[in-house]
Design a protein around this ligand. Sequence first.
Ligand SMILES: Nc1nc2c(ncn2[C@@H]2O[C@H](COP(=O)(O)OP(=O)(O)OP(=O)(O)O)[C@@H](O)[C@H]2O)c(=O)[nH]1
Ligand SMILES: [Mg+2]
Length: 416
Amino acid sequence: MGNQEKEAVLVVLTSLQGKENTAYWDEFLELVKAADMEVVMHAKQHMKTVNSATYIGSGKVKEIKEMLESTAVDVVLIDHVLTPLQSRNLEKAWNRPIMDRNALILELFETRAVTAEAKLQIEAAKLNALLPKLVGSTSYLGRQSGGRNKGAGEKQLELDRRVIKRRIGEVRNELKRLEKQRAVRAAKRQRNDLPIVALIGYTNAGKSTIMNQLLDRFQKKAAKQVLEKDMLFATLDTSVRRIALDAHRQFLLIDTVGFVSDLPHELIEAFHSTLEQIKEADLLLQIVDGANPHYREQMQVTSDTLQKLGVENIAMLTVFNKADRLQEKHPRCLREDRVMLCAKAEKDIDFLCDLISKRLYPLHQKWKLKIPYDDALLAQLRKQGILSEIHYLDDAMLVEIDADAERMRKWEAYLA
Ligand SMILES: Nc1nc2c(ncn2[C@@H]2O[C@H](COP(=O)(O)OP(=O)(O)OP(=O)(O)O)[C@@H](O)[C@H]2O)c(=O)[nH]1
Ligand SMILES: [Mg+2]
């Protein structure tokens, strides 16, 4: 199989006890697409119970075997998580590598990872997932190295296991080294003493879009934008950028990897150190795709994942995004800590900044000052970037500024 060619896959979509699981299936197919695989066939099975040996029923196993005889298929995907025994049995029956939902997400992360750290984290997750499966099966390593591992016996298996364990050790050491580097960077940030705001939420909700909009709006120098894309798991690395609302109101904004239902625990573990950064945040911005009919379930997944990560007691603002896709109009403010907006509308971004600022700098307010025309204060305020409005009166200028009470004290004489 050439590198350019997409892997041809047969997708098995299942449902238990007559529940048509279309949302789950759609999401699974989106994951397949994001992993850059091509669905050449699919099979559906409605099951009453789970078959402990093969997950799906034996009749379906046979039927799919016949399907596989007539078409070139590289891998069979199953929309659920299988036990090692189930995937071994299916692999034997179909003579094809099997990927369950976990394996697919790992594969997708692997194709998407850019930084050394993300790559290593995924490698660790994949190797860990591989070990328990490595009993009487050889196609996993074969597939990983790009070819088929024919005729490999028990000896080979033992060898494989040793190779994998050694590699896991190496990867862990390298990750530890990178983590230390990050700790140093984090310590430097702390010395800057800027508050930290973290964007979190379900994949494809618009986290990276919001980060880019804020960069566009508030970074005078062209800041490096992050990738935003209509695809599951566009972001796999956390990025940190500094946002300066003005000279005195700055914060660090972190964009993070999105969550998905049943995120494989190997991945949560592997990404733990990256996601740890969420714990340092002073404010969480939970971004929700408000136009997704399943936004409630997605919010539930987010709060479950946060709980698994041990993130608690951090103030959270929930942003229902993509308001432009809704039929009805909604007010921006739904509740004190819930807002609805469109990340692509400049006014909405201003509104969001205002909210963030009120949370981070609660003592900050707008003040009106009266400044004579020949006074140097205006230039000073301009330089600090806290000037928001000027009106030119006959005898003086009436200006509006953003500042906290502490700083206002020295300008008290100017208060209008
Ligand atoms: N219509 C509309 N589309 C939006 C809005 N915000 C983001 N999008 C689109 O939604 C898609 C996903 O946006 P991203 O910012 O990449 O989402 P993300 O939350 O970072 O996703 P992951 O990195 O995969 O977790 C992109 O195609 C965006 O252009 C919005 O307010 N309205
Ligand atoms: Mg993103």
